[in-house]
Design a protein. Structure first.
Length: 186
């Protein structure tokens, strides 16, 4: 049975709220990609600030719910139903974004595609769980958990604006996050 959807936007990640001015400054002519968007909390927050967002996820039902919430905003929203983990597929080929958001998602083979589809000078906000998360809850699969300093090392040659690893009591999680600018200019 399908749950009734709330017409309230889910709460965006603190990182997105904190770096909203930089996101706005970076977004000149392009779009924001909310990758593996789930309930769309971060992209919906940006839509509420009149920024164009592409929501990408493999869950068609989740995208439909996000679409209904996105219709409440005047900003431009697009929706891509993509299986980001299908072997041999290259779901981000042919796309370019000025800002990419990745939250609570890790698929290491996708990292080169994320790097490639971000425009030169573009901004990446990435936050997901670390190995310590398995001690308190899900996810527990090491394929979905970052090793110490792994996220930083994946983007160490970029302009690191913010990088942190730690624990949050509310919600309870072990995480790593980064805000980084891709080398080059648009």
């Amino acid at each position: 049975m399908r749950q009734e959807m709330s017409h309230e936007n889910p709460v965006p990640a603190d990182l997105v709220k904190q770096f909203l001015p930089l996101i706005k400054q970076t977004l000149v002519h392009g779009r924001v990609l909310d990758l593996a968007c789930g309930n769309g909390r971060n992209g919906l927050f940006l839509l509420a600030h009149n920024l164009p967002v592409v929501f990408a996820d493999k869950d068609a039902a989740a995208l439909e719910q996000v679409s209904q919430l996105a219709a409440l905003h005047q900003a431009k929203a697009e929706f891509l139903e993509l299986d980001l983990e299908a072997p041999g597929e290259r779901p981000l080929d042919g796309h370019e974004f000025e800002v990419i958001l990745v939250f609570n998602y890790l698929h290491r083979p996708l990292v080169p595609a994320i790097k490639k589809c971000l425009a030169p000078g573009g901004l990446l906000l990435y936050e997901t769980f670390t190995e310590q998360q398995a001690s308190i809850g899900r996810p527990r699969n090491p394929d979905f958990l970052l090793k110490p300093a792994e996220l930083f090392s994946l983007f160490q040659n970029w302009g690191i604006i913010h990088s942190n690893e730690g624990y949050s009591a509310d919600p309870r999680k072990f995480y790593a996050n980064i805000v980084a600018r891709k080398p080059g200019t648009a």
